[in-house]
Design a protein around this ligand. Sequence first.
Ligand code: NDP
Length: 492
Amino acid sequence: MADDTFDYDLFVIGGGSGGVRAARVAAGEHGAKVALAEDDRYGGTCVIRGCVPKKLMVFASSYCGVVEEAAQYGWDHKSGPFDWHNFKTSMNNELDRLEGVYRKLLSGADVETFDQRARIKDAHTVELSDGQTKTARHILVATGGAPVRPDLPNADLGIVSDDIFQLDKLPKSILIIGGGYIACEFACIFNGLGVDVTQYYRGAQILRGFDDEARGLIAESMRENGIDLHVGSNIVEMALADDANRGPTPTGSDATMGASNQDIEVLRKDTDGAVAGQSGPIWVKTTTGTEKVFDIVLFATGRAPSTKDMGLEDAGVELGRGGGIVVNEYSQTAVPSIHAIGDVTGRVALTPVAIREGMAFVQTVFAGEPTPVDHELIPSAIFTQPEMGTVGMTEEEAREKEDIEVYCTSFRPMQTAFAGKSNRVMMKLIVSKKTRVVLGCHIVAPAAGELIQMVGIAVKNKLTKEQFDMTCAVHPTMSEELVTMRNPMRTA
Ligand code: NDP
């Protein structure tokens, strides 16, 4: 396929899930001559500092509760303290293994890799940080995104999600700012690991954009589980607690007060031994006037596409308002030879979506079959405790569009009710009154992520409520309610 006009048929910038998939399929299945540059670890956000280590932490944080419940089931196990160091070592070994898999996939497909930063020089040229330039018929930008801190004095005293996996020891107390996926997931994770968790969210309810009833139940469960969640509250000031005796005597957890500055310094050392951010407990003041001290402040205040200093605009690539690369339905930018996929486009920041965009790009460009990316009805999960699984329209969105019936049930599931716990789960279907199609499904329950994958097939294929009901229930399960809810709870 390669000719002498360019060094490569395809040069991919970014070795995350989307970039690696596109590179190896273009090379391995279509015979393209492909190169890929990555200036960090292969695997990107998902594998190295996102989904994978986060999910391992979700698992780690769930065992303490299991031991408690087991007692009601006759087991006499005692839960000892959580050993962050042991866990982190195993987690890092697993990440090393996965990074190796990513590298092997690329070398196995004969993709040439450059372990350095790459910038766009022009429509067909990439410049590497060692000064080399490489030309390619097509360039694919798959540089992902990165966490952003709010515009607040001393914001660099806080950490962002990338830093969590580098902590040398667990804090005794943490303040999490934000109410999105990352804030809520890590609030639950740290809480499960025994950290004293406070969360401030500026809006009226966490998880904006998700179904109101579902996010209400998540918030209620998080509070029941011990998270000190405050809505309508945001951070307005922060400083090292010891700096000029800022603020009143700290009112955070007693545990916080037990941590010496030296302790805290070790908390935040990064892998190179440099302290990234704070070097002592942090005093914060909120919009409601509360003043407290925490070992660590985590900003989970969103992510931005990584487009800075990439040479994109000079090459003619258009950037959108949030800094994301503007692309058409085929992931093509304003420069026809440059495409972009994944978080860097600011479309849907989810790994499976980036992978699908990568596959569609290859199909379009290397198989000659124009394949638009389908962003409709993407199921997703929030790995809070309990989890939320969601696909399709929320009740609030659907009622704006058409007449609907809402089927919803919330109950104490057998497994934890038996163990004396009061937590509830929720199964909810939004149904079109006119077509009977299930427009949305929202599940709050343990393993909701697993459940919504299956329901996603039905919703994506536009099955009707009656077709759901034709399916025999699996008994006794929580999810049997999805096919046994006979009467709508309300219509709108
Ligand atoms: P989100 O956009 O989900 O949440 C950001 C949160 O920060 C919102 O609550 C927002 O409030 C708040 N916020 C933004 N700016 C400020 C500010 N200046 N001060 C205070 N609060 C602020 O971003 P995340 O970083 O949590 O996640 C990014 C993306 O990563 C997600 O959209 C998702 O696509 C992906 N992701 C997916 C996961 C999964 O599939 N399980 C897990 C983690 C991430 P407001 O609501 O008022 O705007």
